[in-house]
Design a binder for this molecule. Structure first.
Ligand code: ADP
Ligand code: NI
Length: 225
């Protein structure tokens, strides 16, 4: 089926109020940034189906179970948006599977993932990196009551989805547990390129943070007195 700008507008109207109420790092601004980055990667990758990439980006957090009170509610949220924008059955199945491939813990292997979904997955991960990623991590940490840093709390190298969501950690540990690993998880070449820059920026940030944490005389611009 041929996707039209009207389908995108219908999806936007349907989901925007939900994401405008979110304060857990998946707000409407996040969705908009992921769409922009995904369209940029789409051009770089020579992928011709911009509208499909845009629709997947728009829907990528709809139906993510952490944003709903139950798994059933999460699943039906995505189904119901898709029904309202009236896609034909085959295309609807493609979009549904693509959206389910996106989340960090989510289902597809690298080989199965269609290029349109790979692009959005990279765009979503890029939004957790660099200056924006740092801002999101501290916003999220503040919202769940995490401390910036605590030398006594160990970095967790292996953890279940449950532990990732519920155990107490610190924002600085989150960089080691997730954010500094994202660079090596990029799927597209242009995603890898963009990730390198954002990765270096985060590494610098963590280095400087720990310097200041340990040395009250350290300043952000020179480090010398
Ligand atoms: P995703 O849907 O990308 O898997 P998450 O819900 O895990 O996203 O995270 C949303 C944002 O909040 C990301 O930028 C992520 O880095 C940040 N975040 C998630 N968990 C933590 C945490 N424990 N401490 C700090 N930031 C976190
Ligand atoms: Ni997202």
């Amino acid at each position: 089926m041929k996707l039209l700008p009207e389908h995108i507008a219908a999806a936007e109207n349907c989901i925007r109020p939900f994401f405008e109420r979110d304060h857990s790092g998946h707000d409407w601004d996040h969705i908009q940034r992921v769409r922009r980055t995904a369209l940029f990667l789409c051009k770089e990758e020579g992928c011709s189906d911009e509208l499909t990439v845009d629709l997947i980006a728009l829907l990528h957090d709809v139906g993510d179970d952490k944003l709903y009170s139950s798994q059933e509610e999460a699943q039906s949220a995505l189904q119901s948006v898709l029904q309202q924008i009236q896609l034909d059955d085959e295309y609807l199945k493609f979009i549904l599977e693509a959206v389910q491939c996106i989340s960090y813990s989510g289902g597809c292997t690298q080989k199965q993932i269609p290029i349109e979904a790979a692009i959005v997955r990279d765009a979503d991960r890029l939004d957790a990196m660099g200056a924006i990623g740092i801002a999101r991590a501290f916003t999220y940490g503040g919202a769940i009551g995490s401390r910036f840093h605590d030398e006594k709390i160990q970095v967790r190298h292996e953890m279940t989805k449950e532990a990732y969501r519920t155990e107490k950690s610190t924002v600085i540990n989150h960089f080691h547990e997730k954010l500094l690993k994202l660079k090596d998880l990029m799927l597209t070449d242009s995603g890898k390129k963009a990730a390198n820059h954002r990765h270096k920026y985060m590494e610098e940030f963590v280095k400087q943070f720990l310097k200041e944490w340990g040395d009250p005389h350290e300043t952000a611009d020179s480090g010398k007195h």
